[in-house]
Every structure is written in C-alpha cells, then in structure tokens.
Design a protein around this ligand. Structure first.
Ligand SMILES: *[C@@H]1O[C@H](CO)[C@@H](O)[C@H](O)[C@H]1NC(C)=O
Ligand SMILES: *[C@@H]1O[C@H](CO)[C@@H](O)[C@H](O)[C@H]1NC(C)=O
Ligand SMILES: *[C@@H]1O[C@H](CO)[C@@H](O)[C@H](O)[C@H]1NC(C)=O
Ligand SMILES: *[C@@H]1O[C@H](CO)[C@@H](O)[C@H](O)[C@H]1NC(C)=O
Ligand SMILES: *[C@@H]1O[C@H](CO)[C@@H](O)[C@H](O)[C@H]1NC(C)=O
Ligand SMILES: *[C@@H]1O[C@H](CO)[C@@H](O)[C@H](O)[C@H]1NC(C)=O
Ligand SMILES: *[C@@H]1O[C@H](CO)[C@@H](O)[C@H](O)[C@H]1NC(C)=O
Ligand SMILES: *[C@@H]1O[C@H](CO)[C@@H](O)[C@H](O)[C@H]1NC(C)=O
Ligand SMILES: *[C@@H]1O[C@H](CO)[C@@H](O)[C@H](O)[C@H]1NC(C)=O
Ligand SMILES: *[C@@H]1O[C@H](CO)[C@@H](O)[C@H](O)[C@H]1NC(C)=O
Ligand SMILES: *[C@@H]1O[C@H](CO)[C@@H](O)[C@H](O)[C@H]1NC(C)=O
Length: 670
C-alpha cells in the first residue's frame, strides 16, 4: 500500500514549491522514471544518474517514522558519452538511510557481498555482465552498448522531512576520472508537491592522470591483494572450456588451513570435471531438473561433478598429488594449507583446473563469464573479502614441453581478496597480559571470541584479574580460581560474573624483566582446540619496541619488511621439529586434573639502545597488534599497572638467558 502525502494547506504547498531544497516526505510516484536530464547532452565523459522511482511502506507499520521500513525502487544509469571505451566500470552510490539492497540488475556489488546487503554507508557497484561501455561512434549510438541501466530494489528506513530517500552522492570509481558534486533535481510528485528524486553528475577524464602503461589498453593491470585468484581459460570449445584457478597468498601474514572456496555461476554453467581439487558435493542431479538437461539432451549427467549454482570446492589431500586422473598438477593437493610466502614460497600457492560446460546463449568459443562472488574460508583463519573478477591480460605460462617458448591463456581474470580485521567479539584468538611487577594476570577480554546468548554471565563485564596459574586451566575451571583471587586481593567481585573469552587459541604476553640496557618478555601460546596447528606462526606488531628487538630464544624469528605497520612487525614460528601446537588433551589423571592445553613458549629479548626513553611499564613493552596464523587476536583493554618502586627489576641478562634455557628444556622434555 503506497502511503500518500498528507493533504497540506495550499499556502504550505506553495511555500514548498518555492523553497529550494525542501522535500516531501512520502512518495507515490509509480509512473516511470524521469526523462534523462538535459545536462546529459553536454556531457563529454561518463554521465551517471540516480532516479528514485517509488517506495511503499513495509510491515510492520510503526508510529515512529525513523523506525519505519520502506521497500524502494530506484534506477541508476551509466552512460558513456566519450570517444573512448569505458572499461570495467564501477560506481559509488552514497546510500545513507540504512538501505538493504535486495537485488541489483545489471551490476554486482563490487566487494562480492551477497544479497540482502546492508549498504547504509554507501556501496560500490561494478558492471555485470556488461562490464565495458563502448563508444557511441563505434556502435552508431546503440544505447544498449553505451549505457547500462541498473535496477535497484531494496529496503530503506524512515525518512523524516526534510530528509529525502536519496543517496547523498553518486560517482564513478574508475581511476583517472574526476566527478564534480552531483546536481540534485526535484520533480513534481503529487499535484504540486516537489521532491528530490533525481541526481546526476558528469564525470570527465582527468587529463593529468597517467595510466599504468604496463598492460595493453584493453586489460586492467593486475592488482595487489593479500590473496589473489587467477582464473585463466586454457582450452576452449563451443560448449565448454577448461579454466585453471591459481590461488596466491601475497601478504606476509596471509594463511589458510583446510580452505574451502565457493563462487557463483551466473549463466547456468556446471562443472563437468576437476583436477587438483574437488567439489564437496558430487552430484549431477541438479542439472537433470534444470536448464542444462533441456539443452544437453543426450548427456550422461551421472558423470557430471557438480551442478550447484554455488559449489563448494576443497583441496585434495597430498596422497592424490600424483593421481593421473584427479591430481598431477604443480602446487596442487596440500589438503587446503596455504602459508605466507616468507615461511615457504611454494606453500603459498595452489592450483586446480575445472572443466566448465556453458548454456545458450554463451555457446561460442570466445564467450566466457567467470563465476562471481568468490569466497574463501579457512579453519581459524582471518576472513578474506574478495572483489569481483576483472579481465587482465592473458597469463603467460612456460611451455610444458620445456622449450623456451611461452604459452598464453585464452582469457584471464583476476580476483583480489583482502584480509578483514575481526569485529569486536568475533576474533578467533586473544591475548592476556602479565608482568613481573604485578602479581595479577589481565586475562583475555570478555567474549573476545564471541558469546552465546545465554544470560548466565555478563557479556560486557570486565574480565576478572587472575592468579598466574589460572592461565593454565580451561575456562570452566578458572572461575573458582578467579573468585578466590578476588577475595585474597580484595578486588571487587560483581554479582553476575563476566563471560569467558571463548577463544580457541590464547596468547600470554609476560614482561619478564626490565633493566637499564634492555628488557625481556615471554610469550606463551595456548591451544584449547581439539585441533593440532602444524606450522603455526605468530606475528607481533610493536610500534614502540620494534627497533630494539633482538631475538627469540626458542622460536625462529624474522623481522618483516614491508609498507606501513608490516615494518614494525616480527614473525615467530616454531623451530624445525617444534612447529606443532598440539591440541588440548586430558590431564594426567582425568578424574581430578583439569584438561591441559597445547603450549609453546619462548623468551624474547630487547635492547633499549635503539629505543631510548622507552617506558616498558607504561605500555611500550606491550604489542600493538598480535596475529596467530594470520588472524588478528583481541588485545586486552588495559595493561598491568605497577607501583613506581617496582619499575626496574634486578634480573640481569644472564639470568634471563638461564631462564630461556630452562624454558627450552621444559619444552623439549614435554
Ligand atoms: C524511533 O526509532 C529510532 C530508530 O529505531 C530510535 O533510535 C528512536 O529512539 C525511536 N524513537 C522513539 C520516540 O521511539
Ligand atoms: C557504517 O559505518 C559505521 C561507522 O564506521 C559502522 O559503525 C556501521 O556498522 C557501518 N554500517 C554498515 C551497514 O556497514
Ligand atoms: C604500474 O604498475 C607497476 C606494477 O604493478 C607499479 O610498480 C607502478 O608503480 C605502476 N605505475 C603507476 C604510474 O601506477
Ligand atoms: C587433511 O585435512 C583433514 C581435515 O579437513 C584431516 O582430517 C586430515 O587428517 C588431513 N590430512 C593430512 C594428510 O594432513
Ligand atoms: C627459520 O625460518 C626460515 C624461514 O622460514 C628458514 O629459512 C630457516 O631455516 C628457519 N631456521 C631454523 C633454525 O629453523
Ligand atoms: C562468437 O562470438 C564472436 C565474437 O563475439 C562473434 O563474432 C561470432 O559470430 C560468434 N559466433 C557464434 C556462432 O555465435
Ligand atoms: C568452509 O570453511 C568454513 C571455515 O572453516 C566453515 O565455517 C564453513 O562451514 C565451510 N563451508 C563448507 C560448505 O564446508
Ligand atoms: C586490497 O588492498 C589493496 C591495497 O592494500 C587495495 O588496493 C585493493 O583495492 C583492496 N582490494 C579489495 C578487494 O578490497
Ligand atoms: C574443571 O571443570 C569441569 C567442568 O566444569 C569439572 O567437571 C572438573 O571437575 C573441573 N576440574 C577441576 C580440577 O576443578
Ligand atoms: C622499512 O624499514 C626499513 C628500515 O627499518 C627501511 O629501510 C624501509 O624503507 C622501510 N620500508 C617501508 C616500505 O617503509
Ligand atoms: C595490577 O594491574 C591491575 C590492572 O592494571 C591493577 O588493577 C592492579 O591494581 C595491579 N596490582 C598491583 C599490585 O599493582
């Protein structure tokens, strides 16, 4: 039911018509889109418009206007009015009313977000399937080739006058273009009420922009990302093609364990066969009841690997790497493990091949549409967010014959993915702090890795200080210790106790000593999962102390070199033979002893020569960011406090080294 404009006094309406920028609150504008603005005719660039079409109240109907949801329809157009082609267009729409997009025709959300997509902070759309806009000249003004119309439907929330249900801006995101401020235009909506329902802008080529000349003009340059996919078509027939997918980790902190990959076929394709990886579901029956069976009438679908629109692809185990039928590819078959390049370069790459069958109207040796919405996940790894595939220059491969010639892919696309920082209460690892000058441990934050909805504990309460030995027992056995400690130390004990951290991996950072010339810390990793971490790594960003970093006694450590914060980070991994962080296990006597976490520990020494004036106790000795297997861990909100008297320990470097030796010995004996 479209809601109608309340009948206003004529005088008020008259005022509305006159006052610029005054907008009506509700719309009943079902008849079509406004004609293109005149400014389009004088644009020599890329002309963008956003037309608000209509909206209707959604259930539930509420009195509070700002909480009312509305279903809205809008349309964006991208028109190329230049002499040049616009390749791989992408536009930003500055939504601002808690919009939730439900469908977008003619485009995809650039970062691959699925619908319904919360875009209240604005979003970028890219062309799909029409990624390029030709010129008027080459097409004799064929609008279908020089313009894309993007139909948008979604929900938006209550718009009170004088706000409008419009985005605040639109602009072209392609590099090398400049967009002035948008022009907003009001239209008569109901009789004499005007409302702002259209905005447009003419973006022009920036004459000063120097494009990167490394690639021929038709392709986009390859981009850097924490992880990239290459989708290279190596063989092509009318009805099917073979693509090779290469996964590369570039970030020094990137990592995946037991990866699974999903993507989405948009044009009815199905996977006939794969090599170097497989789909979790092997079943051609989806095809039998779909469009594929109508076209491929005599096809034996029992041999088809997968007909899902969104298949899940996983890696083969190493045993299959020499299998002539399904393996036998370089870099294949690692059981889903990808390590950062600094740990082991060949382990940072994976390859698999996929035989894809197409449906009409794409039965043409040169018609390819790579799958979209790429998503890759690993067990206890950081989350990666991937952009859409974009066309790049054909990949060159060394010829398999071993001769000097190079072979070239028929067509290549790249998908770029970046690691995202975990949201609050959604980490997978956490850090606790302790120090020689304070006998309490600052535990991991409450719900650092999430909490269920149970009301039995306080989700926001501050974690209780612990006695050091409490770090060694599982959460369920910690509460008693924390309560006893609070009693001894006269700490405040709240009525409702805070929830535990719920992390599978926790890391303790302990300041061990602080003397005139240097200081030492001890890092301990705890594994509370029933999962062994092979080839684990930890990276520590220490903004203040990095320059003074000397060595880790029982871990293999490397200083990272790279842009920004990477340059303040060092990388720790197990020495050969000690590169396992084993799973939690039963205590020695399960009847009475609590369960025991897997542990790894090392002392790290720092000098103060390079970092004069560093104040360890005031925070200089605590990490700025901590990563475990590429996932950023939650850090506590406070640090152990000291009374001034205790600031310097009398521990000499010799004692530290002795301690380190003892730690190493204990680990070996374990
Ligand atoms: C109306 O809804 C908004 C958003 O849901 C909320 O912030 C606001 O407090 C509500 N106002 C009233 C009067 O209920
Ligand atoms: C928009 O940005 C704000 C502030 O950065 C953030 O809190 C909010 O979650 C964002 N909303 C969406 C829908 O991404
Ligand atoms: C061109 O690309 C190369 C490699 O991707 C990069 O090193 C260079 O800085 C780029 N040049 C410009 C002008 O963007
Ligand atoms: C491969 O990964 C699976 C878990 O996905 C695990 O059960 C299996 O032991 C692993 N195999 C090897 C050889 O590491
Ligand atoms: C430490 O790690 C580097 C890089 O992964 C490796 O080359 C080196 O052999 C390792 N050293 C030891 C002692 O394990
Ligand atoms: C295949 O595509 C090319 C280029 O798009 C076109 O010239 C050709 O006519 C198409 N062939 C068929 C059989 O449709
Ligand atoms: C893919 O892996 C992630 C992380 O391990 C897991 O949550 C998800 O369920 C997996 N998906 C499938 C389809 O197995
Ligand atoms: C990934 O990060 C790089 C820079 O670090 C940026 O240029 C690129 O646009 C990002 N890609 C995505 C998909 O977020
Ligand atoms: C540890 O907690 C578990 C679960 O609450 C309990 O069954 C066990 O008895 C506790 N162990 C000790 C030593 O307190
Ligand atoms: C990283 O730091 C080193 C010196 O510590 C410096 O030479 C190098 O230029 C820095 N690199 C970047 C990318 O900031
Ligand atoms: C230890 O540090 C905590 C947190 O900063 C503080 O609340 C406590 O009073 C400190 N204890 C001593 C003995 O200084």
């Amino acid at each position: 039911m479209p809601a109608r404009i309340p009948v206003l006094p004529v005088a008020a309406l008259f005022f509305l018509c006159l006052a610029a920028g005054v907008r009506a609150q509700d719309y009943d504008n079902d008849e079509a889109i406004q004609p293109p603005p005149k400014a389009q005719d004088s644009c020599n660039g890329v002309f963008l418009t956003y037309n608000f079409i209509s909206r209707t109240k959604e259930f539930p109907h509420v009195k509070n206007t700002s909480a009312q949801s509305w279903a809205f329809k809008a349309q964006a157009t991208i028109l190329n009015t230049m002499m040049y082609e616009l390749e791989d267009w992408s536009i930003f729409i500055g939504f601002q009313h808690q919009e939730i997009l439900v469908s977008v025709g003619g485009a995809v959300i650039t970062d691959g977000t699925d619908f319904p997509a919360h875009v209240g902070n604005g979003t970028t759309l890219s062309g799909y399937p029409q990624t390029d806009l030709l010129t008027s000249i080459e097409t004799a003004g064929d609008m279908s080739q020089i313009q894309v119309v993007v139909d948008i439907t979604g929900t938006q929330f209550g718009v009170k006058a004088p706000d409008t249900p419009m985005p605040h801006t639109i602009k072209l995101e392609n590099p090398g273009y400049k967009c002035p401020a948008v022009t907003k235009k009001s239209h008569v909506v109901v009789v004499v009420v005007v409302a702002e329902t259209q905005m447009f802008v003419c973006c022009v080529k920036d004459p000063k922009f120097k494009p990167n000349k490394t690639d021929t003009h038709h392709f986009l340059p390859r981009r850097y990302g924490d992880l990239t996919f290459a989708y290279d078509v190596l063989q092509s027939y009318d009805s099917n093609y073979m693509a090779q997918v290469t996964i590369d980790i570039h970030s020094p902190l990137g990592r995946l364990d037991n990866w699974n990959l999903t993507w989405e076929w948009k044009r009815g394709e199905f996977i006939y066969n794969m090599r170097g990886a497989y789909t979790l579901r092997k079943d051609g029956s989806d095809c039998l009841y779909g469009k594929a069976a109508k076209y491929y009438q005599d096809f034996d679908f029992s041999k088809v690997m997968n007909c899902e629109t969104k298949p899940t692809i996983v890696d083969l185990p190493p045993e299959r790497s020499k299998d002539k039928d399904i393996g036998n590819l370089p870099y294949c078959c690692k059981n889903g493990t990808l390590l950062p390049p600094i740990m082991d370069p060949p382990q940072s790459k994976a390859i698999f091949q996929v035989q894809v069958y197409k449906l009409p109207p794409d039965l043409n040796r040169t018609a390819f549409y790579p799958p979209t919405n790429w998503k890759i996940h690993g067990v206890l790894n950081a989350d990666y967010v991937c952009g859409p595939p974009f066309r790049v220059s054909p990949m060159k491969f060394p010829d398999p014959s071993g001769l000097m010639s190079e072979s070239e892919a028929i067509a290549s696309w790249q998908v770029v993915c970046n690691v995202t920082r975990p949201k609050k209460h959604a980490s997978r690892c956490c850090v606790s702090y302790s120090a020689f000058y304070n006998d309490s441990v600052i535990p991991c934050d409450t719900c650092a890795c999430g909490c269920d909805d149970s009301k039995s504990c306080n989700h926001d309460g501050r974690a209780l200080l612990l006695p050091p030995e409490a770090l060694l027992v599982p959460t369920e056995n910690r509460t008693a210790k924390a309560k006893a400690w609070a009693k001894i130390k006269h700490y405040h004990l709240p009525q409702q106790l805070p929830c535990p951290d719920n992390c599978g991996v926790s890391i303790n950072w302990h300041i061990m000593s602080n003397f005139g010339k240097g200081w030492t810390a001890r890092i301990t990793l705890f594994n509370w999962e029933d999962y062994n971490f092979k080839d684990w790594f930890v990276a520590l960003e220490m903004d203040k102390a990095y320059l003074g970093y000397e060595k880790a006694y029982s871990f293999n450590s490397t200083k990272l070199i790279g842009p920004g914060a990477i340059n303040k980070t060092f990388f720790l991994q197990g020495l050969e033979g000690l590169n396992y962080l084993i799973s939690e296990a039963e205590g020695k006597n399960p009847e009475t002893d609590p369960r025991v976490p897997g542990k790894q520990q090392s002392v790290i020494s720092f000098t103060k020569k390079e970092t004069p004036g560093i104040d360890i106790v005031k925070g200089g000795g605590f990490p700025t960011r901590v990563y475990f297997n590429g996932e950023e861990c939650a850090l506590p909100e406070r640090i152990p406090r000291a009374f001034a008297v205790h600031q310097h320990s009398t521990v000499s470097p010799l004692v530290v080294m002795l301690l380190a030796a003892v730690v190493a010995l204990i680990l070996i004996l374990d």
